[in-house]
Design a protein around this ligand. Structure first.
Ligand SMILES: *Cc1c(COP(=O)(O)O)cnc(C)c1O
Length: 426
């Protein structure tokens, strides 16, 4: 495939945008080479600036669950735009999307819309601190909750320890209030909770992780986490920015059968426009301004275009819940196809899958947390990524990212993807 124009556009972009991109993972740093510039997309296909057609497995990192340029969403946005794009005043459609979201998701009474998943998680933690009157939070190594200061903390080689910031610009003062635990390791949380008794406001987790590959929580881990939070008066925050409205109508809470105290959303809830949200029972949401003292605001929050896209998307998913099954079946089909091909090639690999999320890791060990995910062979991953790209298959350009299947993918597309893998020498 030829990527001449993409490379030229990237060179231009780098002159005026740091690294040529507005979000780092787009830059292909993990796999090398120049990123592909998209011109347009429809259904399961991306069309790039060189005229290549790519089968898309990232779906804008999740939102395009029904495929690109999904007709009802496009129509809703166009109609809304004609009537004005922002007012800074309340509109009826905000309530309509809120009512629909609250009806689909278990265990929430109220929802506040923001503009990104980052904002949602940042605000959820502030609310948890305001509600409990406690300062510290626990997060898990390898979980991503957006780029706000409190979350840019990583583990030192798997050690359960006080967080050290992993980005310049995050102060030690902020970092000391974020404690790190290991995913799927209940003992690592128990240790932290014991050592910080009465000081922990919340534990935030991706209930099915997607930012270190796709990692599935064990029942024992996720149930133990819930029990511990209840016992210790710690709020459990499920970051469902990825899993919400993707794993099922009610997200991870519904499929795992666990109630969280605060939920955060993003990605699918905006139908491809910038929307995030956080939600909880009234008792907790009542602490939020203007009802309560915890401040949170946004000039463009609840923006009518964004709300119209979200409403069209959630209405479709709500009225056709069989979509979630169809997506899971397609993902299973891809999983089985890949497994067969990779087994025949005789190279070590792990495939993790949950619903319509999947990831491929070139390692012999089961991938259950950040440390085991990081053991994947990145040289093989690079060959795999670029080999697939050359055959017109667009996968996440990092082994730490989950694939997000979209329902516009046909079985013919999946077969084409599996055949592409068959043709690779890894
Ligand atoms: C994408 C993501 C975020 C951040 O959302 P943005 O809209 O990119 O700010 C937060 N949490 C999880 C689990 C995510 O996948």
């Amino acid at each position: 495939m030829i990527y001449q124009r993409s490379s030229a556009l990237f060179a231009e972009a780098k002159k005026v945008i740091p690294g040529g991109v507005n979000s780092p993972v787009r830059a292909f740093n993990a796999v090398g080479g120049d990123p592909i510039f998209v011109k347009e997309a429809k259904g399961a296909y991306l069309y790039d600036e060189d005229g290549n057609r790519l089968i898309d497995y990232i779906a804008s990192w999740g939102p395009m669950i029904l495929g690109h340029a999904f007709e009802p969403v496009v129509k809703a946005v166009i109609e809304k735009a004609k009537k004005g794009t922002s007012f800074g005043m309340p509109t009826e459609i905000e309530t309509q999307l809120a009512e629909l979201a609250v009806s689909m998701v278990p265990n929430i009474d109220k929802i506040r819309f923001v503009n990104s998943g980052t904002e949602a998680c940042m605000s959820a933690v502030r609310l948890a601190r305001g509600f409990t009157g406690k300062d510290k939070i626990i997060k898990f190594a390898g979980c991503y909750h957006g780029h706000s200061d409190s979350f840019l903390i990583q583990a030192g080689s798997g050690a359960v320890t006080f967080g050290a910031p992993n980005s310049p610009g995050v102060t030690q003062g902020t970092a000391k209030d974020t404690l790190l635990a290991e995913y799927n390791d209940l003992a690592s949380i128990q240790t932290l909770v014991k050592a910080n008794k009465g000081a922990i406001a919340a534990i935030i987790i991706e209930p099915v992780a997607g930012n270190m590959g796709c990692i599935i929580p064990t029942d024992e881990f996720i149930q133990g986490l819930r029990t511990l939070c209840t016992q210790e008066d710690i709020l459990l925050i499920f970051d469902e920015v990825m899993t919400g409205f993707r794993l099922g109508k009610g997200g991870a809470q519904e499929v795992l059968g666990i109630d969280a105290d605060i939920l955060t959303f993003g990605k699918v809830i905006g139908g491809g426009l910038p929307v995030g949200a956080f939600a909880a029972r009234s008792e907790i949401m009542g602490h939020l301004a203007p009802e309560g003292p915890v401040y949170q605001a946004g000039t463009l929050s609840g923006n009518p275009l964004a709300m119209s896209a979200g409403l069209a998307m959630l209405s479709e998913l709500n009225s056709k819940p069989e979509i979630f099954n169809s997506l899971a079946q397609k993902t299973e089909y891809l999983h089985q196809g890949f497994e067969k091909v990779l087994n025949a090639k005789g190279i070590p690999f792990q495939i993790n899958r949950f619903g319509s999320m999947l990831s491929v890791h070139f390692t012999e060990e089961p991938v259950i947390d950040f440390a085991s995910s990081a053991k994947g062979n990145n040289e093989t991953f690079k060959k795999y990524f670029h080999g697939m790209l050359d055959k017109g298959i667009y996968l996440p350009p990092s082994a730490f990212e989950s694939y997000f299947l979209n329902d516009a993918l046909s079985y013919a597309d999946l077969d084409e993807t599996i055949s592409a893998l068959e043709g690779l020498s890894l």
